[in-house]
Write a protein that binds this ligand. Structure first.
Ligand code: ADP
Ligand code: MG
Length: 451
């Protein structure tokens, strides 16, 4: 194959035969470096002349037998366990706990007599041993390979025939034959495609760790997303012990589920009752706070919405800042409040925060967000036992939401007894002994909470 010289941006992966001082795609200076490209790479493997179509009916049904690790939150995010021979990418910031999570999973798999090959290009065998000691893992079924090349990994896979392969991390694995710049997009892509091929031919299930940094160097692992079967992101404030695992893509399950863990000295533990964690059981309720049962995959989790509405020093251009919620949707909700309730929010800065690093991506939280905003603005407290649920339309109408009974059940379990909900959903089939307060529109709602 013909080799030609290409230049590649190490920030965004832009390729060009010309080396620019400033990358034309991401505007970074000095980020273009020489990358050896192999012409005709895309056609690798080619078309097989034997390939023939078959009807769907002809294909035998195969039940996938997943490996259940027993680390519940991890299994949940994968869609109910690990699918054999799949390739999963796990991204996250340095220090969030990716190596800890995968060493813990390795320990569990080894305990179940599976053979695991753990490649680390980041830490020495001694460092990994120390972590393993801390996590209480000691097994003959975990093989460590440190600071090697892709070729070393391949020969170990062929020689030792592991059931699982962990690559920690894709940024630190180099190949003797692939692109030479360590950590560059093209070398990560090359390594990933080689590892995927290794997984399929050797029947090994692979987890690939990819670092992403706050500074936006997300491009690296992002460009691998389409190549792998599932992409999980591990998130959390490093200073706190809460960690959330989310699926960004999953060929074998829903991407709605999240896994919630606590980082402890002994490693990550699954949190099976997350509502308890997100709720601050305050002695005296505060204004600006509303509790909302959000839907995450199949379960409902109670989260705290906090709003702060203050007089704005920026006349005509007040601040609108959100953490964990779409700022455009918040602006829309504020405009509805102004129009329908005649509350002049345009003079106020508005901050909205969903606590615990959670996000609300569903419209069912609209009315609860509005109540937090009004609560802060008017300095009135949302009662401790009250939950507010409902989508709000542009005309101020309160619209029905999905899975209302499962949301209410979770809130009842946590001690809430009164519910403001869309009038269209005021009849619940499976829940008794709760006070339901149906509302049709925002005006209706405001009159109920004002008094
Ligand atoms: N001795 C220790 N005791 C408790 N926690 C530790 C200890 N050492 C490391 N940690 C925790 O592990 C985290 C590092 O996790 P690690 O799996 O190495 O992250 P990553 O692989 O994502 O960079 C640290 O941020 C810290 O919370
Ligand atoms: Mg690590």
């Amino acid at each position: 194959m013909k080799k030609k010289v290409l230049y590649e941006c190490i920030e965004c992966g832009y390729q060009s035969p010309i080396s620019y001082g400033k990358c034309p795609q991401c505007d970074n200076w000095g980020s273009m470096v020489e990358a050896a490209a192999t012409a005709g790479d895309a056609g690798k493997g080619g078309l097989s002349p034997q390939a023939k179509p078959v009807t769907l009916k002809e294909i035998e049904n195969l039940e996938i037998e997943r490996h259940i690790t027993g680390l519940d939150e991890f299994d949940r995010v994968l869609g109910g366990g690990i699918v054999p021979d799949s390739v999963v990418l796990i991204g996250g910031e340095p220090g969030v706990g990716k190596s800890t999570l995968l060493l813990e999973v390795s320990g569990i798999l080894a305990f179940k007599s599976k053979k695991v090959l753990y490649y680390s290009g980041e830490e020495s065998a001694i460092q990994i041993k120390l972590r393993a000691n801390r996590l209480g893992i000691d097994s003959e079924d975990i093989l460590l390979l440190t600071m090697g090349t892709l070729e070393d990994v391949r020969s170990s896979v062929e020689d030792k025939k592991p059931d699982f392969l962990i690559i920690d991390s894709i940024q630190t694995i180099n190949s003797k034959s692939g692109p030479s710049i360590s950590g560059s997009i093209s070398s990560m892509r090359y390594a990933t495609s080689e590892i995927i091929e290794m997984a399929k031919t050797n029947h090994v299930t692979v987890f690939i760790i990819g670092h992403i940094t706050k500074e936006g160097q997300i491009a690296g692992p992002k460009t691998l997303e389409h190549m792998v079967d599932a992409v999980l992101y591990f998130q959390g404030e490093i200073k706190t012990d809460l960690r959330i695992l989310r699926a960004e893509k999953n060929r074998f399950g829903s991407i709605d589920e999240i896994g919630i863990f606590q980082m402890t000295h002994k490693g990550l533990t699954s949190i099976s009752d997350p509502s308890l964690l997100f709720l601050q059981h305050r002695q005296t309720p505060e204004s600006g706070i509303s509790i909302f049962p959000t839907l995450s995959g199949l379960r409902s989790i109670l989260i705290e919405i906090q709003a702060l509405v203050t007089e704005s020093p920026f006349v005509g251009n007040p601040r609108r800042i959100t953490v964990g919620f779409d700022p455009y949707r918040m602006s829309m909700l504020i405009s509805i409040i102004e129009k329908k309730l005649k509350l002049p929010f345009y003079k106020s800065d508005v901050f909205l925060n969903i606590t615990g690093g959670m996000t609300i991506r569903e419209t069912a939280g609209d009315l609860s967000i509005i109540s937090a905003l009004i609560s802060s603005y008017k300095n009135i407290v949302v009662p401790k036992d009250l939950i507010i649920i409902g989508e709000v339309g542009l005309t101020g109408e309160v619209r029905p939401v999905t899975f209302i009974e499962s949301r209410i059940k979770e809130a009842v379990r946590q001690g809430f007894a009164r519910f403001i909900l869309p009038a269209a959903q005021s009849e619940l089939k499976t829940i008794d002994n709760v006070t339901l307060i149906p509302v049709e529109n925002l005006y209706n709602f405001y009159n109920k909470i004002k008094s």
